[in-house]
Design a protein around this ligand. Structure first.
Ligand code: NCD
Length: 361
């Protein structure tokens, strides 16, 4: 496999944990002393390729680059780019990376940003690939936890909502499993449980987790409650979504059952899973969390452009030309020219793009 030499951020696993800590440390310094960083990226260009809607991620990346003195190019509606003429991710990335020093990309297919990184001539940052991963939201969440709880260890964290399709949940669970003594309560309906590969990751790092179906019963034991919306756009049919919406709702009554120092986080946007009355509770941190996102992205852009990051190889598996990933939402299903790369775990193959598993026959 041709390994890229750039410090791409596709999955937080691409960077060592010490690097996540350095990025959040630097964000704290940038937030305290913004004047020092004005012009730190002057003359640099960030390309933002957003194939899916975004408010916070895109605007915070743009604000971050502008505050560092750099420039921005890109699109937020693929209908206005050559994508609408049928251009592949490979070609769009190749061209955009020739115009940019760093690329930030969001796409509805799982593994798509990794596929883009393979052909890019500059570092690529994953701003969300379908229902798979969202590493820069996780950096935001780690910074929020450090700043507001003072630690990333010894926490009981409840995740509530669409744990199947919520990419922020997947990335944050993986990240928090790397710190000591964290416990997880996974609150969802039966249909929207956390994918098995994430649960295996928790078990492999000896992290205790329980699955629950009642927010009311789980809330008293939590230090952190991470709420998420039901991801309507990832359902196969409107009927399936209808059955899942409105199941979980955090309101003032439930907040009364929570610890006095429990914090509520949410990557936003919220639909109806947190009632507006909770916004005035000092434990509701989701708006502050969104603001931390800008500082973390300033820090990330700076670190990547200053080459202050040690990366691991983009691919660790092998090419199996005759094996096909069975996940219809995987990028390999729509871009057939991509090499079929899998990690082999004792006969179980794991797709390098989307983490879907299949048995080797
Ligand atoms: C999330 C996302 O896009 O995955 N939002 C964000 O980036 N802050 C969460 C969501 O869309 O529900």
């Amino acid at each position: 496999m041709n390994q890229s030499r750039f410090p791409h951020l596709i999955d937080l696993d691409n960077y060592p944990v010490s690097c996540w800590n350095r990025i959040t440390d630097l964000s704290i310094d940038i937030k305290r002393n913004p004047h020092i960083y004005i012009g730190a990226c002057s003359g640099k260009i960030m390309g933002t390729l957003f194939y899916e809607p975004s408010t916070r991620t895109q605007m915070s990346f743009q604000a971050a680059m502008l505050r560092l003195g750099g420039g921005i190019i890109g699109f937020d509606n693929p209908a206005n780019s050559s994508v609408s003429k049928g251009e592949s991710i490979k070609d769009t990335t190749k061209i955009a990376s020739g115009y940019s020093d760093i690329i930030v990309m969001r796409h509805p297919l799982e593994g798509s940003v990794k596929a883009a990184a393979m052909t890019s001539d500059c570092p690529v940052i994953n701003a969300g690939d379908g229902g798979h991963l969202h590493p820069t939201q996780t950096l935001t969440d780690l910074l929020t936890l450090r700043a507001e709880k003072g630690t990333l260890s010894g926490l009981t964290v409840g995740f509530c909502g669409d744990l199947k399709n919520g990419r922020t949940v997947h990335s944050l669970l993986k990240a928090l499993s790397c710190y000591k003594n964290n416990k997880f309560v996974l609150i969802s309906t039966n249909e929207l449980k956390v994918p098995t590969y994430i649960k295996d990751r928790l078990s492999a790092s000896n992290k205790e987790y329980t699955e629950a179906s009642s927010l009311e019963e789980a809330i008293p034991m939590l230090d952190v409650l991470y709420m998420t919306r039901i991801q309507r756009e990832r359902f196969g049919s409107p009927e399936e979504y209808e059955k899942q919406k409105h199941v979980f709702r955090l309101d003032g009554k439930k907040m009364k059952l929570a610890k006095k120092d429990m914090i509520v986080m949410h990557p936003l946007p919220r639909v109806d899973e947190i009632s507006a009355e909770v916004d005035d509770d000092p434990r509701a941190l989701y708006f502050k969390q969104a603001n931390y996102g800008m500082y973390v992205r300033m820090s990330l852009i700076l670190s990547v452009l200053n080459e202050d990051i040690k990366t691991k190889p983009l691919f660790t598996g092998k090419i199996y030309p005759d094996v096909y990933c069975r996940n219809p939402k995987c990028i390999t299903a729509s871009e057939p020219s991509l090499p079929h790369v899998f990690r082999n775990h004792g006969g179980v193959l794991e797709c390098e793009y989307c983490d879907e598993r299949l048995l080797l026959e």
